[in-house]
Design a protein around this ligand. Structure first.
Ligand SMILES: [Zn+2]
Ligand SMILES: [Zn+2]
Length: 310
């Protein structure tokens, strides 16, 4: 085993390592060898059915779980801390953070132009473990990841609920384009929303995954200016059932909020169709400080550009 602990299937929840004592009486070589055989088969079956290492940190897994991520990695996925913009949820830095009173702080962007949504809340920062967990669902199609991400989304929604006036809230996942949906086989935002609904009180929300449609595929937002991003998104979404949205409060849900252009465009379209208020909840969002920390090469590039321009 050499440092690797494997487990065998057990009817009890307390799983013991396969290199532990056999449950069959000693002395009976047939039973004993059958037991060893079963143990080997179970170990092999476990190794076949479940990846042997945590997909986030590479540590061998010791528990049977549909999600190939270790407990340490899961418990390290923490909430965003610090002072946040009361509208978009961006983390505020000095001097804005120091002038905050009663949680009504707003970032520079939101002060300049009010977003079409009331408030956006996210569970965590879109980096390291949480980013990998989202990629596990989206790109590696490890669907059980949606359960954990749904719990996080429910927590983010909990941050918003004080604002909700009347229920049930119409819960609308950001849609994928039909071609992408066929390619991936599922809309990750819808899966996460469904998991969140198992935790949230059922009567308070009404999921409608067909309210919004993505009628146009959009190019990657990377490298585009704020204005270009808005232009890129314009006309991408339509409200399919506008009669059901008039005077409703809508909760838009997505896996990630990066620049906010996608959720802003969805919120704009929903408002125009008659929604009285739109809230946004995502599992993760990019934070300015973290982006700079995560990509120091950008700073180097910026410095080079500045040097080139004298
Ligand atoms: Zn791990
Ligand atoms: Zn803001």
């Amino acid at each position: 085993m050499a440092g690797r602990r494997r487990v065998v299937f057990s009817s009890s929840k307390d799983l013991s390592p396969s290199d532990g004592a056999t449950v069959f009486p000693r002395g009976n070589s047939l039973v004993s060898s059958l037991a060893t055989g079963f143990s080997n088969v179970a170990t092999a079956l476990f190794a076949t059915l479940f990846p042997e290492d945590c997909r986030l940190c590479g540590t061998p897994l010791t528990n049977i779980s549909r999600l190939p991520v270790c407990c340490e990695c899961l418990s390290s996925l923490s909430r965003i801390d610090g002072v946040l913009c009361s509208i978009c949820g961006e983390r505020l830095t000095v001097p804005y953070a120091t002038s905050v009173e009663d949680g009504e702080a707003q970032c520079e962007m939101c002060r300049r132009a009010q977003p079409p949504y009331v408030q956006a809340a996210a569970y965590g920062s879109y980096e390291s473990g949480l980013r990998e967990l989202i990629h596990l669902l989206k790109y590696d199609r490890v669907r059980p990841a949606a359960t954990v991400l749904g719990r996080m989304l429910a927590e983010a929604i909990g941050d918003l609920r004080v604002c909700f006036r009347s229920g049930p809230i119409l819960m609308v996942p950001v849609p994928l384009h039909a071609r992408k949906l066929r390619q991936r086989g599922f809309n990750q935002s819808e899966l996460i929303a469904r998991s969140a609904l198992k935790i949230l009180s059922a009567g308070s929300f009404q999921l409608n995954a067909h309210m919004l449609e993505r009628q146009r595929e959009t190019q990657s937002q990377i490298g585009l200016s704020r204005h270009q991003r808005r232009e890129n998104m314009r006309g991408a979404f339509v409200v399919a059932r506008s009669q059901e949205i008039v005077e409703r409060e809508v909760l838009l849900v997505d896996d990630v909020m990066t620049t906010g252009t996608t959720v802003s465009e969805c919120a704009r379209v929903l408002r125009r169709a008659g929604a009285c208020k739109v809230y946004v909840a995502t599992v993760a969002r990019t934070l300015k400080g973290e982006t700079q920390n995560a990509k120091p090469q950008f700073e180097v590039e910026d410095a080079l550009v500045m040097a080139a321009h004298g």
